[in-house]
Design a protein around this ligand. Sequence first.
Ligand code: HSE
Length: 449
Amino acid sequence: MSKSIKLAILGLGTVGTGVINLINDNLDELKRRSGRDIVITEVGTRRQRDDIDPNIIQNSDLMAAAASDNVDIVIEVIGGTTLAKDVIMHAIKNGKHVVTANKALLAEHGNEIFAFAEAHNVHVAYEAAVAGGIPIIKVMREGLAANKIEWLAGIINGTGNFIMTEMRDKGRPFADVLTEAQELGYAEADPTFDVEGIDAAHKLALLASIAFGIPLQFDKVYCEGITAITLQDVNYAEELGYRIKHLGFAVRREGDGSGDNSTAGIELRVHPTLIPQNALLANVNGVKNAVLVNSHPLGQTLYCGDGAGAGATASAVMADVMDLVRVLGSKDSNNESTNGHHVPHLAFIPEQLSDTPILRAEQMITGYYLRVHAHDNPGVLADITRILSDAGINIDAILQKPAHKLGQVPVIILTLPVVESQMNIAIEKIEKLDTITDKVVRIRLDELA
Ligand code: HSE
């Protein structure tokens, strides 16, 4: 067997420990697949650990570990966007290939990091950054390379999906399930990233860039989390044949053909969404993630698996390591065109990235679930439906519940897709009606998935 591949694992939290365990468990398989011995030579940890193999150097100086002569591939699993960025840039500068699970860092600074890596003829691999163990980056960059991606929709936060599933199936309180997700190693260090949709927005920014060949634009992703979802809405949705899932959407819009191109561009949005109960994504539960991709000419394909946790993330990290082992192999055998044999970071040649605009929230097109609370007076429903019809909004279903307190009735309305600016106007008018008692609750609805 040719010389060993030497790894540094920087960060020994859930993921770093998962990578060590995976290597210990599957080393023979890894060697047989790569033809190389794979050795962890250094770990970067601020606190010395007595459960680490004494042959592995425990380095509290993470910058030194990232540049060590004793290392071929640097695995960054520290998290965050400060030290992790410094460490990755330092590793690149020192000619190291990098594997990272850090979606926040790549979504926010990926354009700079990838350009720096290309300039230094090394790779930054990031399978573990999106959808845990599902090899979605490989699929999108390689498996679907011949297709034009039209849209993708996915459950891309395991913690959020776990919480929504437990609430719906077992009626468990939100905070209780979140604590369990933290104990299971699913949640981010700051779990508001999970429940406010930020983690999903990071991942969506990465997926969209690979899908459409656009630069990373995390700041343009429309983002809503799950904290405002009530059991009441979950139950009304079920009654109407829908399920509420937290989804990320990246959609190419060609315009409406009227010559008015105000809706042409790309929608990037994460939000709770009503989808039909029989949709495949509606039945992806617990910590599972799933990404549904619609591409031409292939059509729809679905990728599903564990989206968080030590084993799932370590699986994705080591898949990248295995790819890089092959790149290093060709380098050792004097193959000068290492980069030419590797897929570009965002799947498209960097000079060919497109400037297609990202649509603003008011330009986005979705259906809606509206919950309106009104006094139980004659004509209320007529007033609401007239406002919707004046705004050109097509109603798909209406559910009116009997008055439950002080003569107040909840009216649930499902609409067909509408441009958000039209819906904003209609909701403003509905809320001004004397008969309306509360703010209108709105949740997007999509038949796409
Ligand atoms: N906190 C993330 C999630 C971990 O729950 O999906 C995987 O990226």
